[in-house]
Design a protein around this ligand. Structure first.
Ligand SMILES: *[C@@H]1O[C@H](CO)[C@@H](O)[C@H](O)[C@H]1NC(C)=O
Ligand SMILES: *[C@@H]1O[C@H](CO)[C@@H](O)[C@H](O)[C@H]1NC(C)=O
Ligand SMILES: *[C@@H]1O[C@H](CO)[C@@H](O)[C@H](O)[C@H]1NC(C)=O
Ligand SMILES: *[C@@H]1O[C@H](CO)[C@@H](O)[C@H](O)[C@H]1NC(C)=O
Length: 269
């Protein structure tokens, strides 16, 4: 299959899925020995953000399924993700924030250890283009998957996964909550070495507070699609489940078809 046949939003959806899976769990139950700082990301953070996403998603089962060959191509993996991260940082419809903590091995250095990518409602931004072609792929030069991603992905799996996911997304999220009414958390990830310190929770709260300050009188709801691993954090932070759906594997192994559960959630802002 040629590059041009790959759905344009594919990478977007995959990249955001992989990072959702690694959301910090029960962050607020952790010992908060150091105050977490949240700040807006800059292009200078791109590589650090890419590392966080890469380390955070590695073990997620649905990522291993779609990115079937990623372990064979570690440098491609970094390049593939970095391109998506740069697109997001360049996207005027998106706010990227980082949580900063002291480095474990060099405590005087503050380093980004968690990231959140929020998409503004179409109504807030100058254009709504990002909504139609996917958050990471809103410019013409990236209508296909970045070159570096191609060797990593099982294309049959990716297309089928993307299709099932997109159908559920449109049915359960975009019908009841049009894009102009969503302040959408498309990625949340914490580096595995720095989980359970509250970075994920602090990032979510910071984003919602920004939404509240910016919202004006718009009728806007914060939304996200959580994996099973991420869901407990959001429930703890008083997000409400709208709809649970599953995406199913193409394969039946030993009589079992693997499936992955997602929870579409909302929070008032
Ligand atoms: C952070 O980014 C948002 C969205 O681009 C912007 O509105 C806000 O002013 C920024 N905050 C700071 C402190 O720069
Ligand atoms: C923390 O510091 C060590 C030693 O200086 C460095 O190798 C490592 O990359 C740093 N970690 C982060 C997340 O920046
Ligand atoms: C891609 O995935 C399909 C479905 O799981 C599988 O049948 C096929 O063998 C995989 N392709 C490669 C090249 O591994
Ligand atoms: C706000 O949006 C929700 C969801 O789309 C809708 O049910 C509700 O009627 C809207 N309220 C107003 C005041 O527009």
């Amino acid at each position: 299959m040629s590059r041009s046949q790959i759905p344009s939003q594919l990478l977007a959806i995959l990249v955001l899925l992989i990072s959702w899976s690694s959301t910090t769990v029960f962050a607020s139950q952790s010992l908060l020995t150091t105050p977490i700082k949240i700040r807006n990301a800059t292009l200078d953070d791109a590589e650090q953000i890419t590392t966080i996403i890469q380390e955070a998603f590695r073990e997620a089962p649905h990522v291993k399924y779609v990115y079937e060959f990623m372990d064979h191509h570690p440098r491609h993996l970094f390049a593939c993700l970095l391109e998506g991260v740069r697109e997001a940082l360049d996207n005027p419809n998106m706010m990227v924030q980082v949580a900063v903590l002291p480095n474990n091995s060099a405590p005087h250095d503050l380093v980004p250890v968690g990231i959140a990518f929020w998409e503004f409602p179409a109504a807030w931004s100058r254009s709504s283009s990002s909504w139609t072609s996917g958050p990471f792929l809103q410019s013409p030069k990236t209508l296909g998957m970045p070159e570096a991603c191609v060797p990593l992905v099982n294309i049959s799996r990716a297309i089928d996964f993307d299709h099932q996911f997109t159908v559920a997304w449109h049915e359960y999220l975009d019908k009841p909550y049009p894009r102009s009414q969503q302040y959408y958390l498309n990625t949340l990830a914490t580096h595995p070495d720095y989980q359970r310190r509250g970075a994920g929770g602090a990032l979510v709260k910071s984003g919602i507070e920004f939404g509240q300050r910016t919202n004006g009188n718009e009728n806007v709801t914060a939304t996200l699609i959580a994996t099973e691993v991420g869901e407990p954090l959001y429930l703890h932070l008083n997000w409400e489940s709208i709809k649970i759906f599953t995406v199913k594997s193409l394969d039946i192994v030993a009589g079992v078809r693997e499936e992955w559960r997602f929870d579409i959630m909302k929070h008032g802002i």
